[in-house]
Unconditional design. Structure first.
Length: 202
């Protein structure tokens, strides 16, 4: 129970700080009974390269150390830059060749080919798709992310031609990080909202 309270407190604090100051913040979750402190990102935790997505808020397990925390944040930035741009080089940098999708949707290939397949199909329907990394939780060897996908349905999906409808829906990912790359994941998307926005009955 205390762990969940820490995470909630950290996430709320980060969100409040972000809204108040217009900048992202990081909250450190400690396992010592004290409330986590919210502060500006430490030097080097986030890769500020302009080509990478920037997290809006981060909650970090302080016990994993600064080097491991920065590594996991960077992997998340690379992975979600892939979803933001569709450029495979970012995916290749983030996931292992032995990557496994533990919540594999029907019709999607297993392994690294799966995200490539999904991204191409999605961009056929929503060519201007973007992926916002709204919340990032780094805990041990797991990355949990809340994502917001946005764009316009100007392409085709299951034979249906879009009419420019706006797309704006959430997804939650859990990524398991190995020694140097992501080795497996679990994910869930708000497909009900997406189908409604696309004007397609489920």
């Amino acid at each position: 129970m205390r762990y969940r309270t820490l995470i909630r407190t950290a996430a709320v604090a980060a969100a409040v700080a972000s809204l108040a100051g217009g900048t992202a913040a990081v909250a450190y979750a400690h396992d010592n009974g004290h409330h986590p402190a919210t502060q500006a990102w430490p030097q080097g935790l986030v890769d500020r390269s302009p080509d990478l997505v920037q997290p809006t808020a981060i909650t970090v397990d302080h016990s994993i150390g600064a080097k491991r925390a920065a590594q996991e944040v960077h992997l998340a930035q690379q992975l979600y830059t892939f979803w933001n741009t569709g450029q495979q080089k970012y995916l290749d940098a983030a996931i292992s060749p032995q990557f496994k999708d533990n919540t594999l949707p029907a019709g999607r290939p297993q392994g690294p080919a799966g995200p490539v397949f999904a991204s191409k199909n999605f961009r056929t329907a929503v060519p201007d798709l973007t992926c916002e990394l709204s919340d990032l939780l780094v805990t041990g060897d797991k990355i949990t992310a809340r994502l917001v996908f946005r764009g316009h349905f100007t392409g085709t999906f299951n034979g249906v031609q879009g009419k420019g409808q706006s797309v704006d829906f959430n997804a939650i990912d859990i990524q398991h990080v190995g020694t140097d790359k992501i080795i497996e994941d679990w994910h869930i998307e708000d497909n009900q909202t997406l189908m409604s926005q696309l004007g397609i009955n489920g």
